[in-house]
Write a protein that binds this ligand. Structure first.
Ligand SMILES: NC(=O)c1ccc[n+]([C@@H]2O[C@H](COP(=O)([O-])OP(=O)(O)OC[C@H]3O[C@@H](n4cnc5c(N)ncnc54)[C@H](O)[C@@H]3O)[C@@H](O)[C@H]2O)c1
Length: 254
């Protein structure tokens, strides 16, 4: 880490898109606070970053806890002086046909996928406002921006909620120098997509590639690179937007 390294806080960074994003920021010379409920995977992400010459640390964080989020943000700010970028990535996508979709299942998904983003931004906003600088990228999904997803209506609803959250936060925080954007991935090769229980599974993911104009599902690194752009000086006049990165799926004719 150098004096000019940005401090990046990522939720759900032990595996998948969050992990790839942590590695992408570290490659740029930033210091990454890797957080997750998966302790082993989070620590392994930090070890991989350090082995490659980058700078990172692990902190256990369950985004369902306001107290834990507030404490972590305060701790990072106390030790590093600031948080420059938040990547609110943590999410679950549990399959639940409507007749099995209990209040508890609905609330769990909303607590993580939507309120979890709000909690982290609320905690970090005062420091970002004081410094007149900050960038946030929140994970939505094409299942929130454009598609309905059967047997996952709680997920679709929460991810659509992320679009509204991004817009509201972007407008409220713009004059404080804080930009808030969203990322809406298509089908990306992660544990979430490859889950036979909750999503397409391995065979379904490969089959989906046939319907994607680019002929394949995406890799986590292909989302991470756009997330680092959204967080960069290059995107300095961009706020309130949710970018779709899907290999052309939504604009395709199938
Ligand atoms: N993979 C895709 O095709 C795809 C598509 C669209 C959107 N997304 C979104 O991208 C984000 C990352 O997804 P992924 O595919 O890498 O999934 P993943 O399952 O591989 O990773 C999700 C991460 O979130 C963490 N997490 C879950 N509950 C948590 C909690 N309560 N507190 C903190 N962390 C928690 C998990 O431990 C894990 O590290 C999610 O928000 C997901 O909904 C993924």
């Amino acid at each position: 880490m150098t004096d000019t390294s940005r401090i990046i806080l990522i939720t759900g960074a032990g595996i998948g898109i969050g992990q790839a994003t942590a590695k992408a920021f570290a490659t740029l010379g930033d210091h990454v606070v890797v957080t997750d409920v998966l302790e082993t995977e989070g620590k392994a992400t930090v070890a991989a970053i350090e082995a490659a010459g980058g700078s990172a640390e692990f902190a256990f964080l369950d985004v369902r806890s306001t107290a834990a989020v507030d404490a972590l943000v305060a701790d990072v700010e106390a030790r590093h002086g600031r948080i420059d970028v938040i990547i609110a990535n943590a999410g679950i996508a549990h399959k639940a046909p409507l007749d099995t979709l209990t209040d508890e299942k609905w609330e769990l998904t909303f607590d993580i996928d939507l309120k979890g983003i709000f909690r982290v931004v609320r905690a970090a906003a005062p420091g970002m406002k004081a410094r007149k600088s900050g960038a946030v990228v929140a994970l939505s999904s094409i299942m929130g921006t454009s598609y309905g997803w059967d047997e996952h209506v709680h997920y679709s609803a929460a991810k659509a909620g992320v679009v509204g959250l991004v817009r509201g936060l972007a407008v409220e925080l713009a004059r404080d120098g804080i930009r808030v954007n969203g990322m809406a991935p298509g089908y990306i090769r992660t544990a979430q997509l490859l889950s036979e229980e909750n999503s397409l599974g391995a065979a379904g993911a490969e089959k989906a590639g046939e319907f994607i104009p680019m002929g394949r599902i995406g890799e986590p690194e292909e989302i991470a690179d756009v997330i680092t752009f959204l967080s960069s000086h290059g995107a300095r006049y961009m706020t309130g937007q949710v970018l779709v990165v899907d290999g052309g799926l939504l604009v395709g004719r199938y």
